[in-house]
Write a protein of this length. Structure first.
Length: 250
């Protein structure tokens, strides 16, 4: 991984599995939890096909704390909000910012980390520059922001596919959460593009992110918030953070 990105990540370090199915810590209630499976290091499948990643393991820890049996189902970034809003699941086990578009669709748990977005492009290529096509993930904050600016976008379904439009020459830049940029830099072909990471200092693309809760299960907010507090106090959160990320996110 280029030292440039590592230095940026460390300088901007924020303040300090199973396949789709059920986990059973001697629980009574079953919670349907939507997760992604192609968004490393936040949520992905390991070599054995098991779901894991920072968000997935935080959800697991929360489920253990509230003694719930969590049934994981895989979705995409673009589908997760509406699926929970329509009552197809109880929890969106994805880091979501509380944007105006999402208010009224979900209840937001206490934030469990902070996010910032990067602009990835060749040196001198600026956001909003005429003639650019920007690669984004459909349903993401980055896509919403780019569309509000009137930029030309090329949307893919998953974070794992975000490099393809740039490698194929169909996009000249990408907007991506800082944590997801870690995975992109694992690709030798992507590294050879020598893209320059620049933090996008706009409120819509930086801030607290949280799990989403169905409006039909409002009682879960208090339980989940309390569980997040407990796993931070007992060290579970820090162990998960250290396992998946090279910097502190909360």
């Amino acid at each position: 991984m280029p030292c440039r990105l590592i230095r940026l990540l460390l300088c901007l370090a924020l303040p300090v599995g199973i396949a789709a199915g059920s986990e059973r810590p001697d629980a009574g209630q079953t919670l349907r939890v939507l997760v992604l499976d192609d968004a490393p290091p936040l949520s992905y499948r390991d070599q054995s096909g098991q779901l894991t990643g920072f968000n997935v393991e935080i959800v697991r820890a929360v489920c253990r704390e509230i003694r719930a049996r969590c049934q994981f189902e895989v979705t995409t970034q673009g589908a997760v909000v509406d699926a929970v809003a329509q009552g197809k699941a109880d929890i969106a086990g994805v880091g979501l910012q509380e944007t105006p578009e999402r208010q009224g669709k979900l209840i937001f748990a206490k934030p469990h980390y902070r996010s910032q977005s990067l602009w990835l492009a060749r040196r001198g290529v600026q956001p909003g520059q005429p003639g650019l096509t920007v690669a984004v993930v459909g349903g993401s904050e980055q896509e919403s922001y780019a569309r509000r600016q009137g930029w030309v976008t090329l949307a893919v379904a998953t974070w794992g596919e975000l490099d393809a439009p740039i490698l194929g020459g169909r996009a000249q830049a990408a907007m991506v959460p800082m944590i997801s940029a870690l995975n992109l830099q694992k690709s030798p072909a992507f590294r050879q593009l020598d893209l320059v990471p620049v933090v996008m200092h706009v409120p819509e693309l930086a801030g607290d992110v949280a799990f989403g809760i169905s409006l039909r299960r409002p009682e879960l907010k208090e339980e989940i918030d309390a569980a997040l507090d407990r796993i931070k106090r007992n060290g579970t959160y820090d162990r998960i953070n250290s396992r998946f990320l090279p910097f502190r996110v909360s």
